[in-house]
Design a protein around this ligand. Sequence first.
Ligand SMILES: [Zn+2]
Length: 312
Amino acid sequence: MSEGTVPAHAELPEPTVEEVSPGVFAYIQLDGSWFLNNAGFVVGPESVIAIDTLGTERRAHALHDALRRTSTKPVQALINTHSHGDHTHGNFIFGPGTAIVAHERCREEVQRANPAGVRARFPTGDFGEFPIVPPMITFTDRAKVFAGELEIELIHLGPAHTTNDVVAWLPEERVLFTGDLVFNGGTPFAAAGSIAGWIEALPALRELNPETIVPGHGAVCGPDVFDEIEAYLRFVQDAAARGFRADTPPLELALATDLGEFAGLTDPERIAGNLHRAYSELRGEPRGTPLLAQMFDDMIAYNGGQPLRCLA
Ligand SMILES: [Zn+2]
């Protein structure tokens, strides 16, 4: 397997490195659909701090190569914004000299990772081989990581997209790495978190008053994206409230729901998964209740039985 290249895919542009503020780089993989996530790195005077990795062996190597073309300084720390495999499978690429920092539940979830299950759910993904490497420094609420004087504040929010979401905020540069609390151009997915918790997390993100947002998926953007995320989440809640009252199963409701202004977002089948999450909340179940098996069955059924479109 060649290192440092990503699979040629006619539908996809090459990943790009964007310097969003001096020394602050976003690594962007469009189109941002399943397993095409973003990462980043911050170059300080003597060291580099990385933010997230990528979901396949080849993509993780390509990220590492891009980082090394930008800076040869040691990567002292890697921040995982949450436990999902697209953001953590590539943890191994940085080796034992890099401290991996994440929310405490992120470590637990990564330890429970099931690569065979991921391969089965996304049969078209070119995952390669990746030893699972869980974070070794964990926190519960907030932490700070420094590269010289450059400060990165880690803030836990949610449950929202997952139970272990962390945003990385650079207060001087006003750059916010949101992890999957923002999908820009993609359908938000409350995979393992909470629709209501996600809506409740948005004011805290707005309050930071970021200038530049590096989303978990999709192009670099500004804070207007929060309104788009909120509109979709409220749309899901409204649909779920109607369907729940009428005792309509989530898949049936998803198929009958006109996505309207959200129809152009990538991975629209997430409506079926998101309705499972909203129903769980309407039943009064704890936020973050595991639902992934039913969600994936119904998202595939929503797509007429076709595997989810994974171009990674
Ligand atoms: Zn995720």
